[in-house]
Design a protein around this ligand. Structure first.
Ligand SMILES: Cc1cc2nc3c(=O)[nH]c(=O)nc-3n(C[C@H](O)[C@H](O)[C@H](O)COP(=O)(O)OP(=O)(O)OC[C@H]3O[C@@H](n4cnc5c(N)ncnc54)[C@H](O)[C@@H]3O)c2cc1C
Length: 426
């Protein structure tokens, strides 16, 4: 009988648990090393603790949610995609349901059920887990993985290692970016790390603070770059976005689902030294002309009303007050005294409410880390390193980041599954 292969999986997150389960299922002797005191701490916080495991979108739309790096995942998704994931979860007692936007959640509404199912998948097939064990270094001899060394100085031999240490966001869950250092030390190229799905900071701090807590549904956002010629250029979002969505004002700037989804484009543009503006269309269902006409009508209908009062028919109270303050006539005069030109400026504000973007909250605050191990150095069929034999890299440690909607977890699960399979048979 063939001796069982020693496979070490570094990190018991979404990708690592899946990799360990699959490698063990195929007969490998699997040791899963996790630096925290429990597995899948990040899984537990996903989807507001409900864990949006994947999405019902067809494959092509799924791939576009990863922006320009999506095609790298095509092969993995052909082999292990949503149906396979849901079947596996069902095998371990987790039924799922599809919700708004195709988002798929456990029917129980408990992220812990997903974590527990994956943990059982790994352990029932014989994988051993050691907690409080942080790996510091991958041991390599003649360009082949031979084992790992932990922070405590212990070494463990292995014929194959799967690096599943996640990104560098939400470090309290254990994802502190260790894997990037280990991969770089072995000669892998790192695409610069940036936060994605992250709130943005603005220059108009006082205005943001005044609006803190206001949430707007059904508004549209466009990112603009100021060009030397004075004309604004539209910055494309990192992946296709719905035309409208929800925006939330915070004391430092802008957040909410729509802002998070386009944030990576703003982060990259600011990093590149561009002057970036976010233009909010507060009335995307109306053209500028329609807004102007309605304003005119209401000014005529309620001539004695003051502007903030009138705008409350359009917008939440504090936003109505702020917009009134931004018009030259100010808040105090009755609207019949406001000239047509100023009324048009108000219509412009409603259609094009501008914020200068200064950056974002730090990497730790992003929901995912963009950047990471360069994909060209990884085989998309086995997630094997093209630098070091016996090494596989999976999940967020790779240069992969997607929109919200369950895409990031599916990438972690699919890459983990394929790497587990490959490592067991390397
Ligand atoms: C608040 C929040 C909500 C999210 N919601 C969703 C969602 O609903 N749907 C979705 O698809 N995505 C969501 N994401 C993103 C998703 O959670 C991640 O993309 C995914 O967990 C990445 O999986 P991973 O296995 O690569 O890394 P992780 O799940 O981060 O796991 C990495 C593991 O490695 C361990 N580790 C790190 N370094 C070492 C070391 N040196 N030695 C040993 N172990 C180590 C860590 O402790 C951790 O357990 C969310 C993220 C956040 C922060």
């Amino acid at each position: 009988m063939m001796p069982r292969r020693n496979v070490i999986v570094i990190g018991a997150g979404a990708a690592g648990l899946m990799a360990a389960g699959r490698a063990a299922e195929l007969g490998a002797r699997v040791l899963l090393l996790e630096k925290m005191g429990e597995a899948g701490k990040k899984i537990l916080v996903t989807g507001q603790e409900r864990c949006n495991v994947t999405n019902a979108a067809p494959l092509e739309a799924f791939l576009t949610a990863f922006g320009h790096n999506g095609p790298f995942l095509r092969n993995a998704f052909h082999r292990f995609f949503r149906e396979e994931l849901l079947a596996l979860l069902r095998r371990y007692g987790v039924e799922t349901q599809v919700e708004r936007g195709g988002r798929i959640f456990p029917a129980s509404g408990r992220a812990a059920d997903v974590r527990d199912a994956l943990l059982r998948y790994a352990t029932e097939h014989g994988a051993t887990i050691r907690y409080h064990t942080a790996v510091q270094e991958l041991l390599v001899k003649e360009e082949h993985v031979t084992g790992v060394r932990t922070v405590g100085g212990e070494t463990f031999p292995a014929a194959a290692a799967i690096l599943a240490t996640g990104g560098a966001s939400w470090p309290g869950t254990g994802s502190t970016g260790d894997g990037y250092v280990m991969a770089r030390d072995l000669g892998h190229t790192l695409v610069p790390l940036r936060p994605a799905l992250v709130p943005l900071t603005v220059a108009e701090k006082a205005r943001a603070k005044a609006l803190q807590g206001v949430s707007l549904r059904n508004v549209a956002c466009t990112l603009l770059e100021a060009t030397p010629g004075g004309k604004d250029k539209v910055l494309p979002p990192p992946w296709p976005l719905p035309p409208t969505g929800e925006v939330l004002f915070t004391h430092f700037g802008l957040s909410g689902p729509l802002v998070l989804s386009l944030s990576l484009a703003a982060v990259d543009a600011v990093r590149a030294g561009k002057s970036v503006t976010l233009a909010l269309d507060l009335k995307p269902g109306m053209t500028f002309e329609e807004v102007r006409a309605r304003l005119q009508r209401e000014f005529e209908q309620y001539p004695q009303r003051k502007l903030p009062h009138l705008l409350r028919g359009w917008l939440p109270g504090s936003l109505a007050d702020e917009l009134a303050k931004l018009t030259p006539s100010g808040a105090e005069r009755p609207v019949f005294t406001i000239r047509a030109g100023e009324r048009d400026e108000l219509a412009t504000l409603l259609k094009n409410f501008r914020w200068r973007i200064t950056g974002s909250l730090p990497l730790a605050a992003g929901m995912v880390t963009a950047g990471g191990v360069a994909l060209k150095e990884v085989d998309p069929r086995s997630f094997a390193s093209r630098r070091v034999a016996g090494l596989h890299l999976v999940g967020e440690v790779l240069d992969l980041a997607a929109d919200t909607g369950g895409y990031n977890l599916q990438a972690a699960f699919s890459s983990g599954y394929l790497a587990g399979e490959a490592a067991a048979g390397d």
